[in-house]
Design a protein around this ligand. Structure first.
Ligand SMILES: [Zn+2]
Length: 573
């Protein structure tokens, strides 16, 4: 038994996330956390909404709400959806929490004491009409590269080039539309990442040996380009205030830390939120997970655009603090899930969003499809045709049909108890060996965080049940040899119980239904070792069972047509 800390990249607060966001961070983290818990490990799975920054302020303004109120509502909305997906966060926090403010300020003070933070004057756009500086997206104008006239101050959506607000031609305020803008000098805190480059490189050399290529290649590319000193504060209303004890003038000017600095610190902040939210009588030691926590294995999950922040920038912050905070042991990065080969887009509402997904089908359908097609080594594409095909074949035909056939037939011929009589023979021994082999594979792939391969092994386990039924044909056996049919059905029911246990990380709601089929006293097994699984004897003769309703409804051609129509399909862009 080991202690496992698991975090998934923080979903940003403005808007509902799409399926690509789900499969790129939270869902695989949940599958891993569930698996580790089943194996008896001590697991803490932490996530939170990322709430600071310009997009949150602008989204709140658009909604006509104060930003704090907007974020509180949006946090609840996201949390409900993730509950609907069966995500088992130990805590789902908020980066705007007082806990995060406290730890962020502590980190900043320590970085300052250690000589890694410096005040620098920069030139920034100021709007006299709005009475404020206009960072990032608060300025719009014409892109100097491609001429697009709605480019934002941080990036041009048309040509994707990263911009500085002062680059824009004909700039205007995104708040008031005012073109009466000037460039003024303002002072900000800079994190001197350039001074930490060597330490980050040494840390990567030492710690990334087992990481997937996607994670290490991105980290190496960033390091090769050289770490730049970066501003970690902004002139915004909404954010962690610069502490007045260390920087009285900047604090008096209302400067706040910028989102990229405080967001990763929220992994720690949310863990303290978890501890502070402990019910009466329960003690939660947040610090034991993060401080001098050599016994903890820490795994992070994120899509590739977040890899630089987690492999280079946050480690630079942690190293510069010069305190023994837990650093990541394994970074699982993901490529993109595309929608018919094009981009899912939050701003253009293209693709399938997590709220709409749950409206049309149960979470297990999405969980299984997304994990079985996780964009691990390369991008993978969502199409309705592929999705329906996978659900119908793997879930409805292979798993669901097996369960239903076995239980319905046995109930009809032997009543609602597991049939007794007969002895397992050669076919059962062969099946047991196959089960051991496939379960060993499943374990190896889960330990290695290889999701597609793990899903393949699980699917093969389900198929093994069907192959066994085809071989034994209990509906024929029962006519000539009732005891032989009893052995077959009893063995098949044991497979159903095994599926209930080992499918749980992937399709937890369906696994719970399967667990409920048998009324077994003391059925508390959270996992079955490959060796023990071979016996297929956890469910004894005489145990009662119920036939559950159909586990997975097939997606019909009519459904498919409706989905294509509602969400759009075919080529995009
Ligand atoms: Zn452009």
């Amino acid at each position: 038994m080991a202690r496992h800390l698991v975090t998934s990249a923080l979903p940003y607060i403005n808007g509902i996330k799409h399926l690509g966001n789900m499969v790129g961070s939270m869902l695989p983290a949940d599958v891993y956390a569930r698996y580790l818990r089943q194996r008896g490990h001590d697991v803490l799975y932490i996530c939170a909404t990322d709430e600071h920054g310009t997009p949150a302020e602008l989204a709140a303004a658009k909604a006509g709400q104060p930003v704090a109120e907007f974020c509180a509502g949006a946090h609840e909305t996201q949390k409900e959806i993730y509950d609907g997906f069966g995500l088992t966060f130990d805590y789902f926090g908020r980066s705007s929490s007082p806990q995060n403010a406290e730890i962020t300020q502590h980190f900043a003070r320590r970085l300052h004491e250690n000589g890694f933070i410096e005040e620098r004057a920069i030139r920034q756009v100021y709007s006299p009409v709005d009475g404020r500086f206009l960072p990032d997206r608060y300025v719009e104008g014409t892109c100097p590269h491609c001429g697009y006239d709605k480019a934002r101050g941080d990036q041009c959506e048309n040509c994707t080039r990263v911009l500085d607000p002062t680059d824009l031609i004909n700039p205007r305020s995104a708040i008031s539309g005012s073109t009466d803008l000037e460039v003024r000098e303002t002072t900000h805190l800079f994190l001197l990442q350039s001074k930490l480059q060597g330490e980050v490189e040494a840390w990567i050399d030492e710690n990334s040996k087992e990481w997937p290529l996607l994670s290490t290649s991105i980290a190496r590319k960033w390091l090769a380009e050289g770490l730049h000193d970066r501003a970690i504060t902004r002139d915004l209303e909404w954010g962690v205030p610069v502490p007045a004890d260390t920087w009285p003038e900047l604090a008096a000017d209302g400067k706040v830390f910028y989102v990229w600095f405080d967001a990763p610190i929220e992994y720690i902040g949310a863990t303290k939120e978890w501890a502070d939210a402990a019910p009466d009588g329960e003690t939660r030691d947040w610090k034991s997970w993060w401080y001098e926590a050599a016994d903890v294995r820490y795994t992070q999950f994120m899509a590739k655009d977040n890899v630089p922040f987690h492999t280079v920038m946050f480690p630079a912050t942690q190293l510069g603090v010069r305190e023994p905070w837990k650093m990541v042991d394994y970074v699982k990065g993901f490529s993109w899930l595309t929608y018919y080969g094009g981009k899912f887009s939050t701003s253009q509402q293209r693709g399938v969003f997590t709220d709409a997904a749950l409206e049309i089908l149960p979470a297990d359908y999405w969980r299984y499809f997304l994990i079985a097609n996780a964009p691990e080594s390369d991008d993978s594409s969502f199409t309705w045709e592929h999705f329906a095909g996978t659900v119908n074949k793997d879930l409805a035909d292979t798993l669901g049909n097996f369960v239903n056939r076995v239980l319905t037939f046995s109930a009809k011929r032997f009543g609602n108890t597991v049939p007794a009589g007969g002895e397992p023979g050669e076919a059962e021994a062969k099946l047991g060996a196959e089960v051991t082999r496939l379960l060993t594979e499943l374990e190896e792939h889960m330990e290695a965080l290889q999701y597609r391969k793990a899903a393949n092994a699980l699917r093969a386990l389900w198929s093994a049940g069907n192959a066994y039924l085809v071989e034994k044909e209990p509906w024929k056996q029962v006519k000539t040899d009732e005891a032989a049919a009893a052995v077959t059905l009893r063995t098949a029911m044991n497979l159903i119980h095994l599926y209930a246990v080992v499918s749980e990380p992937f399709i937890p709601a369906s696994a719970a239904t399967l667990r409920g089929v048998f009324a077994l006293d003391g059925d508390t097994a959270t996992w079955v070792t490959p060796e023990a699984a071979a016996a297929l004897d956890a469910v004894p003769a005489g145990a009662s069972f119920t036939v559950p309703p159909v586990l997975f409804a097939k997606i019909s051609d009519e459904d498919l047509e409706g989905f294509r129509e509602r969400f759009g399909a075919g080529s995009v862009d």
